[in-house]
Design a protein around this ligand. Structure first.
Ligand code: PLP
Length: 378
């Protein structure tokens, strides 16, 4: 098997598995309980919070744990707007993940003035277009840090400065699910992350909420997470998340180099095939782990299935959007349409991948693309 779908999810590292196991079998207490081992567990969760927060450039008091990136995004959007009086404008980039896009569509139904900020052909938000949309009544801008389909990296610091200059009351939420640990921390009001994209298990995420920003809780109950998010603390997954972040932090440069080497090798190998187009920024300006290319004259889903039969796992778009029928909303917004959109495949890498896998994958792809193109001409 060659797994090139690490933007969909990643394999857990052994340290994360060990941490989860320990907190499921030995230290399984409820940290809200009063006896000594539970109190110790509460301290362990606090140190996990500190590890993750420091890697976000945040104070631990500014971080709440959630169940996933989707929950972090929903909490940030609905929770911050619920804490404001009256309705106004909400701007999201035109290429947001469904967990932001669908939330925004729900707001639209509730009467909010929802606008989509256009992006360039690489998937990067156009600052002058965003500037034109910012009005005095804009309450929230939500913009992803790294685009999960094209690997485009938005200049979040510039977006934050623009917002605070033109609409000082407006909040900036950033979906950092694909960026956390891979890109440098940025300035914003809220930042969402997810464990399973970083070699921790599914079922844990986190949301940074800058001190002073008001967010109404989404889940009400026992008041865990300082009242922001009720529900018994998921200590096994939180401890695993912290272990994965600590590992990434220690090996960040090495992992990036390994991942980039695989991506460069695959792109260079694929250049042997005629009519291949790169979607997204050139290799030095994109996130290291995402590569999107179109094989002209081939249908992406047919190629995906052919490759899957041979044990090469890739994607034709974000896994979360794959079940939605119709055209690829993200590539459409980037202006990638027709044959180029139909033939688009996303490859996403982790430090578990090797250049040898890239060579073997490229040979398989070349073989299958040639077969499918021949088949298509008949
Ligand atoms: N945001 C982005 C950019 C993503 O790529 C994903 C997952 O694909 C999510 C949010 C959702 O994260 P989760 O699967 O943890 O809910």
């Amino acid at each position: 098997m060659i797994y090139f779908d690490n933007s969909a999810t990643t394999a857990c590292i052994p340290a994360a598995v060990e941490a989860a196991k320990k907190y499921m079998t030995e230290r399984y207490f409820n940290p809200a309980a009063a006896y000594a081992p539970a109190v110790q567990l509460e301290k362990d969760v606090s140190s996990a919070r500190a590890v993750i927060a420091s890697n976000m450039g945040a104070d631990p008091s500014e971080l709440i744990f959630t169940s996933c990136g989707t929950e972090s995004n929903n909490t940030a959007i609905f929770g911050s707007l619920k804490a404001m009086r009256g309705k106004g404008r909400v701007i999201i980039s035109a290429v947001e993940h469904p967990s932001v896009y669908e939330a925004a569509m729900d707001l639209k139904e509730q009467g909010w003035d929802v606008r989509l900020a256009p992006v360039d052909i690489t998937g990067k938000v156009l600052l002058n277009e965003l500037s034109g949309l910012l009005s005095p009544d804009t309450r929230l801008v939500s913009c992803m840090h790294v685009n999960n389909e094209s690997g485009a990296v938005n200049d979040i610091d510039a977006i934050y400065a623009l917002i605070k200059r033109t609409a000082p009351e407006c909040l900036l939420h950033v979906d950092g699910v694909q960026a956390f640990m891979r890109e440098a921390p940025v300035r914003c009001d809220m930042y969402s992350v997810s464990g399973h994209k970083l070699h921790a298990p599914k079922g844990v995420g986190a949301l940074y909420i800058r001190k002073g920003v008001h967010v109404k809780p989404y889940l009400l109950g026992g008041g865990q997470e300082s009242g922001f998010r009720s529900g018994t603390t998921n200590a096994p997954s939180i401890m695993a998340f912290s272990a994965a972040v600590a590992d990434y932090s220690e090996h960040r440069a090495e992992y990036r180099e390994q991942i980039l080497a695989v991506k460069k090798r695959l792109l260079s190998d694929l250049s042997r095939i005629r009519d291949v187009k790169l979607n997204g920024p050139d290799i030095d300006h994109a996130a290291a782990h995402i590569l999107n290319v179109s094989f002209m004259g081939v249908r992406g889903e047919v190629l995906l299935n052919a490759l899957s039969e041979k044990g090469l796992y890739v994607s034709t778009g974000s896994a979360c959007a794959a079940h939605k029928r119709g055209r690829n909303r993200i590539l459409n917004a980037m202006g990638i349409t027709g044959e180029r959109q139909d033939g688009a495949i996303r490859f996403s890498f982790s430090h578990f991948n090797t250049p040898d896998e890239a060579d073997r994958a490229a040979a398989l792809i070349e073989e299958q693309v040639n077969i499918l193109r021949r088949f298509r001409r008949r």
